[in-house]
Design a protein around this ligand. Structure first.
Ligand code: 3UK
Length: 531
């Protein structure tokens, strides 16, 4: 087989994917399109107004790789990216991979102490960030003892990455790699401890894009993908970047906060065929759709959509039903994870069961086991383990978590599942205390830790409680030093305290002020009693 190529045999299911012995994934995702005649086709439509063709993308990826090399980055070095959804994200990510540098896209909603941890944990050679995230990133850089050698702003200042890119050479040879060499990382949140860097290899994006993107979702060259979930999430990275690239399709990049109004506006203006959201956003969008019904305001025009996708947390059956009623199209719920890179159990356009996560995606194997690791019988709940060729090899710098999570090639999802009588997978909650809020990890311990920093708080317990749409949100039970402080003003004060110290989505939606918390004889808080 020719260097840097991949052979896909779709005559069998799951499709067989064969990699050439030397394989750098940037070639098949970026350079391949020039040989396939797509140079003039638009890959990126940025909502800021900029369009990028496949030809321009390939050229700028090469220029980007050359800038990174000029900065002194070497093969194997980590490049942390705090970058908004924009063409630069593509240039940096693929320019790094093509030159053997490991890009690590980070959640742009985090705070300086989170960034400080990841800068130190990754021992990265450089951090690159959009001007919007300057305050938090620069503050992180001053907090750490050993700052990375380089830090750069993507655009808008003299000497920025984009400025340097313009004068860089557009010739770049791919750094030699194999399909199973380390390629990029994604950080995933932990229950109590710090985020863990999931290390993915060159083949992983091919595997998810083929087995899920093409063979499950049916992305074709004619599709236009719009992901409300940002590129730094594994979910958004597939939806908004690797799936369109793999199929020769296009994507819409929207750097702002996804709200019902902003997402409807993007859909009306850019006419995507596939929309990728999360349950909380679908619930908010439905509120808008249902409130304009019977009024004189026009309903947003969503007629370009052929299908939508939901992931991040379970999609309540009622949201699917109402979306279908309001738009005439379906939402395909599927469960994925950062460790698996994308969705491994999913509904399909021709096979939907509302309230379920669907069936296994071809190319993956699932089993549901009891606490002794023995498979449970059909219908019984247990812990979901999966296997497939896109799962991360290990967590960086964290052997213990790696050993707990990846056992004999099986990935422990940490989720409780059962298979119903028809074989559909039904979500039954987490096996740890973590919760998903708006599809994003939220650790109750982290919110509790912030609450107890407040001078009025003695102790706190945070649990997940379902809102009106059946979606989990944090609820705080706070014991005050002075019980007489219990009032709405204190709730407001604590809310403000959380919103300033934590990522903006990690705040309790409800406050209660009990006199004490339920505890075991040994003093452990009994969260299940609060739930
Ligand atoms: C939960 C779901 C029920 C579940 C993700 C699609 O969410 C993604 O990755 P994360 O690492 O979280 C993984 C965990 O989230 N979850 C995700 N989807 C569902 N629970 N129904 C669902 N449909 O606890 C899982 O273990 O943030 C989603 C694609 C790529 C992803 N990384």
């Amino acid at each position: 087989m020719q260097k840097n190529t991949v052979k896909i045999d779709t005559s069998i299911s799951p499709a067989n994917i064969e990699f050439s012995p030397e394989f750098n994934v940037a070639i098949t995702f970026i350079d391949r399109h020039l040989d396939e005649g797509r140079s003039e086709k638009i890959i990126i439509r940025a909502t800021s107004g900029e369009d990028v063709t496949y030809g321009q993308l390939a050229e700028r990826v090469n220029q980007s790789g050359n800038v990174l090399i000029k900065w002194g980055l070497n093969s194997g070095d980590r490049l942390l990216m705090v970058v908004k959804d924009s063409p630069e994200f593509f240039y940096l990510f693929w320019g790094a991979i093509k030159s053997g540098i490991i890009p690590v896209p980070l959640n742009t909603l985090l705070r300086s102490n989170d960034y400080a941890f990841m800068i130190e944990d990754s021992a990265c050679a450089a951090v690159v960030y959009s001007p919007e995230f300057r305050t938090e990133v620069e503050s992180a850089l001053t907090q750490i003892t050993k700052a990375p050698e380089h830090s750069f702003i993507t655009e808008g200042v003299s000497g920025s990455f984009m400025e340097q890119l313009k004068s860089a050479s557009s010739e770049l040879d791919a750094s030699p790699a194999t399909a199973t060499d380390d390629c990029f990382w994604l950080y995933s949140s932990g229950t109590t401890g710090r985020p863990k860097g999931a290390v993915h290899c060159h083949r992983d994006m091919v595997v998810t894009s083929q087995h899920y993107g093409k063979d499950t979702l049916g992305v074709t060259e004619d599709d236009v993908c719009f992901s409300a979930a940002k590129l730094f999430f594994a979910y958004g990275l597939g939806n908004g970047m690797t799936f369109p690239l793999w199929s020769g399709a296009s994507c819409i990049l929207f750097p702002e906060r996804p709200t019902p109004d902003s997402t409807f506006d993007v859909i009306e203006r850019f006419k995507p065929t596939i929309y990728f959201g999360v349950p909380t956003l679908y619930a908010a969008q439905l509120q808008v759709l249902e409130s304009v019904e019977g009024t004189s305001s026009a309903s947003p025009d969503l007629s370009s959509l052929r299908v939508s996708v939901s992931a991040g947390e379970a999609l309540p059956a009622d949201i699917l039903r109402r979306w279908n009623e309001n738009t005439g199209t379906d939402i395909l719920d599927g469960i994925g994870s950062t460790e698996a890179l994308h969705i491994f159990i999913s509904n399909r356009a021709d096979d939907i069961k509302a309230g379920s996560s669907g069936r296994i995606v071809p190319g993956y194997v699932a089993k549901i086991v009891d606490e002794n690791g023995k498979e449970v019988s059909q219908g019984e709940e247990g812990r979901l383990l999966i296997r497939g060729d896109s799962t991360c090899k290990y967590y960086w710098n964290n052997e213990k978590k790696t050993m707990d999570t990846i056992v004999d090639g099986w990935l422990n999802t940490g989720d409780t599942y059962r298979q119903d009588e028809d074989g559909y997978f039904i979500y039954g909650g987490r096996s740890d205390d973590m919760m998903k809020v708006g599809g994003i990890w939220c650790s109750p311990f982290e919110i509790e830790a912030r609450l107890v920093e407040h001078s009025k708080v003695l102790e706190a317990a945070v649990v997940g409680r379902e809102d009106d749409s059946g979606l989990l949100k944090p609820e705080a039970h706070v014991v005050l030093n002075n019980p007489e402080d219990a009032c709405d003003d204190t709730s407001e004060e604590l809310l403000h305290h959380c919103k300033t110290g934590l990522a903006p989505y990690k705040y309790p939606r409800w406050f209660h002020f009990p006199e004490e918390l339920p505890k075991t004889a040994t003093g452990k808080i009994q969260r299940f009693k609060l739930r």
